[in-house]
Design a protein around this ligand. Sequence first.
Ligand code: BGC
Length: 559
Amino acid sequence: MSLSTVPNSTSEAGPQVDVESSRAWWQQAVVYQIYPRSFADSNADGIGDLRGIVSRIDYLTKLGIDAVWLSPFYPSGWADGGYDVADYRNVDPRFGTLEDFDLLVQSLHAVGIRIMVDLVPNHSSRLHPWFVEALAAGPGSPERDRYIFRDGRGVDGSLPPNDWPSHWGPQGWTRVEDGQWYLHFFSPDQPDFNWDNAEVRQEFEHTIRFWADRGVDGFRVDVAHGLVKDMSEPYQHFTSFSPLLTPTDGSHPLFDRDDVHEIYRGWRAIFEAYDPPRMAVAEAAVPAERIPLYASSDGLNQAFNFDLLFTEWSAAEFRTAISTNLDIASSSGSPSTWVLSNHDCVRHASRYALPPGTDRNAWLLASGREPSEDRSTGQSRARAAIMLLLALPGSAYLYQGEELGLFEVANLDVATLLDPVWTRTLHTEKGRDGCRVPLPWRAATDNFGFSAGASPLHQPGWFADFAVDAQEADQSSTLALYRAAISLRKQLQGRDVLAWVDTADEDVLHFTRPGGWQSITNFGSSPVPLPVGKVLLSSGPLLDGLLPADTTAWLTSTA
Ligand code: BGC
């Protein structure tokens, strides 16, 4: 794969940054998300595992990341890729053992990489012993009170307690044999906990200590907006899970209720008992103005900003998303987080390769026939976007495979799909498997070096062009660009502010950063002049001293 050149080496970097305190290491960190099932397999069963990650420490070191965020690796029914946990304080045998986990922590720490794990507190698996006990113990029992069970409506209770929907499905309630119903935000395999129950609260405090004691540096809190629910009757009516339609005053019955922060204040006290204090980042699908509540210093510390997942390739849209989140960051006191891709969305190289306004779900469903991606454009934009993102103040969350420039695997055989979205939506949404296909490590090896055994999610032939070994041999590859940009960012990143530079061209986004450097991105279709300064790095080749379309460059602020 030959794309473009990276014109200047990192040795030409400008001024050095302030040294970050270890206490706040997360504030400007580059965090790399590993989806363990599809990263690297050490035992030939076709499933990635913890020892597989250990075998790639060198790769992670060369990438230059500060931390790994590990998606769930706990025993699970795998009804939702591990986000249905059956035992919060153990390792799924398919991924390894607790000893393997300890080895992973030691191996990462030995090379200066921190580790964050996923905490899934809104719901467990249906296989969790507590849920099994709740079913056995029957209505009204203390065991049942750990979850949210209610009687149904109608003379025989055969109607659900209310009309609440679930994600990916019309009904948020499932009936059990004795006639009661339990609530689930997500699939019926993921019953919601009752956070009014003291045992539930104690259990999670225990779990946090368990992993923090094992050396975990931070936690990503799944569905952080959902734990506390107003189950008082009459039930409130709602139909949508969209954060945009959620009231901003904490009055929705299921999401973003003010009381949830009491839980996080309790967790913060636990986090602060460690040295350095443990950090946490909230996955909170809430309106922008509510994010500071989750990112506060007496709460979780940090909250995801997902705006760039939904931002079209346009200078104006990017500027709005960036400005809004920098404002939020200054009101919360917690630097923003930036994300282009994760395990829940279409990979950004594909998003930028689709014509504007494309319905991504319709594209996924149709893509078995004729891919409509313009891959060359997608690739240039993805490269420009990551350099723009890495130039921003705050922390950057990367998703495995984006550093290889991977596109979505859109034409997976539907018979192989693993994501519950496909079945829960009655085959109207293909789901998230296309970004969860195992990584290609070696172009000319079976299963591209991911495993000696085939994965259930089949890697397409074009993965060969994106394999790590192919990219390591190519100075202009996307992998080489990520390595250079992350390394350079480390030298440049200073105070967490930026100053916009207004340009005559509305397709150009230009800003300066403290310490004497600047970033400029051309979202338009023709080349534009570069500002005065020495070019440190660019996402593609410059054109007679001009910045071509779909390209970002970093420069010193003075000649
Ligand atoms: C995770 C998803 C998961 C859902 C339910 C989300 O926030 O990122 O992958 O399906 O939570 O746990």
